[in-house]
Design a binder for this molecule. Structure first.
Ligand SMILES: Cc1cc2nc3c(=O)[nH]c(=O)nc-3n(C[C@H](O)[C@H](O)[C@H](O)COP(=O)(O)OP(=O)(O)OC[C@H]3O[C@@H](n4cnc5c(N)ncnc54)[C@H](O)[C@@H]3O)c2cc1C
Ligand code: FES
Length: 345
């Protein structure tokens, strides 16, 4: 017979919420059953959105990806709440504020219509959605992501908008086409203008952090550019004065996208510098030659004032860039990152 334990979730602003969790259910599911919507996305241990630190009590963990919760973090007491089964009462500290917890399903999901689908590079498509209904507003913090549901299925995938929160109801996504991928195949073959898509969110804690006038360096691998662009556009809207640099890395020149948009933004934003990095470049490529990791290392070698770092993209690129930041003595607390982990990895 299932036993019951108390879960206390403590948020970054020292608020808390408590609820019951049966020994046969994970913490996220227990919250949902009681209309407490903690931050979560894949709910299968793959994305790290539900990560917290267990300060009190014991638990067992179900199956999860070592990319989402590396061994050292697991040993240090970090947990993925979607695969955390308490065996005693537990207290978990989460890295977000109380207002990020929802207490009703309304407001979490909405319908949007496809208004544009375009191929923007050899392997990336741009998907523009428009929220339907009376309340058009889309609220999110730049850097957060939404879960999009493939129509007539229950399959969802996470994508980060490249635009900023707005009252018009527009969401701009940059989506890398993965061979045989479910959402990729839908987007390439079945998605049509006017089709409705269910959208859930926003989720995630990746986003701009206040740190005075410290420069911000953004490192994006492929479509990791989406949340980076959103954050830099947000800085532009807020007229933030500090220097920022976008390192945008792709494998070949054919994979570069939104170059005109990036150059227009840099022309309007004197604080912004661009480093478009192509790894396998042709002789006539005018941008940076090499990987984002190499180009960042070169710049950090010459930089006196250490910047804050924002890293986003494939896990391998994020890990390699993180190591370079540590090599140059940038404190862990000033490196913010989001890994585009494949679903169900
Ligand atoms: C928080 C978050 C935000 C994200 N934001 C974006 C975004 O803005 N833009 C974007 O393009 N993607 C983003 N992703 C990744 C996205 O959610 C999907 O995982 C990706 O688009 C693949 O989905 P799919 O359904 O096409 O492929 P799936 O059906 O999930 O996968 C098919 C196969 O491809 C493999 N695969 C999946 N993704 C990759 C990959 N990246 N590299 C190599 N193999 C892979 C899988 O392991 C599987 O074998 C984000 C992921 C997370 C967790
Ligand atoms: S929601 Fe827990 S790892 Fe994705």
């Amino acid at each position: 017979m299932a036993t019951t334990h108390q879960v206390k979730i403590i948020t970054q602003d020292d608020e808390s919420v408590s609820f019951e969790c049966r020994s046969d259910e994970d913490v996220i599911s227990a919250g949902l059953r009681q209309d407490i919507y903690l931050m979560a996305s894949c709910r299968e241990g793959g994305c790290a959105t539900c990560k917290g630190f267990c300060a009190e009590g014991d638990y067992v963990l179900g199956k999860f990806s070592s990319q989402a919760l590396p061994y050292e973090e697991e040993e240090a007491g970090e947990v993925l709440l979607c695969c955390c089964y308490p065996t005693t009462d537990i207290e978990v500290e989460v890295p977000y504020t109380y207002d990020r917890i929802s207490f009703s399903p309304e407001g979490l999901s909405f319908e949007a219509e496809i208004v544009e689908i375009a191929q923007v590079s050899s392997n990336v498509m741009r998907l523009l959605l428009q929220r339907t209904g009376e309340d058009k507003q889309v609220k999110f913090d730049s850097g957060q992501f939404f879960d999009l549901e493939i129509p007539n299925t229950t399959t969802t995938r996470s994508y980060s908008p490249a635009n900023t929160a707005n009252k018009k109801g527009e969401l701009e996504f940059l989506i890398r086409i993965v061979d045989g991928g479910k959402f990729s195949t839908y987007l390439k073959s079945d998605a049509k203008i006017g089709q409705k898509i269910q959208v859930k969110g926003a989720s995630g804690i990746f986003g701009l952090k206040e740190n005075g006038f410290t420069p911000r360096y953004f490192v994006a691998g492929g479509t990791g550019l989406a949340p980076v662009l959103s954050m830099v556009r947000q800085m532009h809207e807020w007229s933030e004065p500090q220097k920022c640099v976008i390192y945008f890395g792709v494998n070949t020149e054919e994979e570069v996208f939104l170059l005109n948009e990036l150059e227009s933004l840099a022309a309007e934003m004197p604080t912004l510098e661009l480093r478009i990095c192509v790894w396998k470049y042709a002789e006539n490529w005018h941008g940076e030659k090499g990987s984002v990791v190499d180009i960042l290392r070169r710049d950090l070698r010459e930089t006196v004032a250490k910047p804050d770092l924002y890293l986003c993209g494939p896990p391998g690129m994020v890990d390699a860039t993180f190591a370079v930041c540590e090599e140059f003595g940038i404190q862990k607390e000033r490196i913010y990152l989001e890994k585009f982990l494949p679903s169900g990895s």
